[in-house]
Design a protein around this ligand. Structure first.
Ligand code: HEC
Length: 255
């Protein structure tokens, strides 16, 4: 009996110590409703375009999007001409030319988004030593990805809770493991104004950019869902046919 009491006390003490030290305990991200949830889920192209605008005007100054080329944007509803115009806003390095020199030219549809920093050292130097990760596969790289990215964007607190030692240059974020993040808060109300007139609240910006990043990570989501539905339909029809056939077969046999 005494042993049990002691063990319970020790467990309690351990738990209290762990939570008061703000250890990297798991924080469940907020549950958010997404248009792409569930087997019938689809992307909302208008939302993806807004999310792209957020990426372009806010995130792209620190984060690359290595796996996406400009022509992929046709997928989210831009025409070929619009893709050309978007691409031409960027300069990419090409070459070497006949003199062996690299040169800059406006990007084309087949080019990938240019990286914001020439190399990792520069990226770290500009971000207090931390490296802004590539965002192409981010929603797949984190558990419960879309909910996590949304929560991360919305999870900043002006001041850390009492007793939390925040290192200089770091921000407190409720959803980042360990709560100290080298990325300052990015999305607040009216950070950008939307081309389609949607009200740019922090929540709207966060939702849109997350949807866009999820499309970047899984552009074939809708095809996958459609295949899933076909497989289910096939399995259902097959079961019905098998059942009917069985009935027919057995009806000929005298019981
Ligand atoms: C000023 C530079 C900067 C901008 C702008 C920026 N980030 Fe970051 N981001 C960072 C840095 C630095 C890190 C690494 C943080 C760390 O490891 O502490 C990071 C990390 C992240 C992570 C990964 C978190 C994890 O779990 O590891 C995500 C997701 C992210 N940023 C999304 C975004 C989105 C979306 C935007 C645009 C709305 C954005 N960031 C804009 C600098 C930036």
């Amino acid at each position: 009996m005494r042993k049990i009491v002691l063990a319970a006390a020790a467990a309690l003490a351990f738990q209290t110590a762990a939570s008061s030290a703000f250890a990297a305990e798991e924080v469940k991200p907020m549950e958010h409703h997404w248009t792409f949830d569930g087997i019938l889920g689809k992307f909302d192209k208008q939302q993806l375009q807004r999310g792209f605008q957020v990426y372009k005007e806010v995130c792209a100054s620190c984060h690359s999007l290595n796996y996406i080329s400009f022509r992929n944007l046709a997928d989210i509803g831009y025409s070929e001409d619009q893709v050309k115009v978007i691409a031409a806003e960027y300069q990419v390095t090409d070459g070497p030319d006949e003199n062996g020199d690299m040169f800059q030219r406006p990007a084309r549809g087949s080019d990938h988004f240019p990286k914001p920093f020439a190399n990792e050292q520069l990226a770290r130097m500009s971000n207090g030593g931390a490296l802004p990760p590539d965002l192409s596969l981010m929603t797949k790289a984190r558990p419960d990805g879309p909910n996590y990215v949304y929560s991360l964007m919305m999870g900043y607190k002006d001041a850390p809770p009492k007793g939390f030692e925040l290192a200089p240059g770091m921000s407190y974020n409720e959803y980042f493991p360990g709560h100290q993040i080298a990325m300052p808060q990015q999305l607040m109300d009216d950070r950008i104004s939307y081309a389609d007139g949607t009200k740019p609240t922090a929540a709207q910006l966060s939702e849109d950019v997350t949807a866009f990043l999820h499309w970047a990570a899984e552009p074939k989501l809708e095809v996958r869902h459609a295949t899933g539905i076909r497989v289910l339909l096939f399995a259902f029809l097959f079961t019905v046919l098998a059942y009917l056939y069985k009935r027919r077969l057995w009806s000929r046999i005298e019981h």
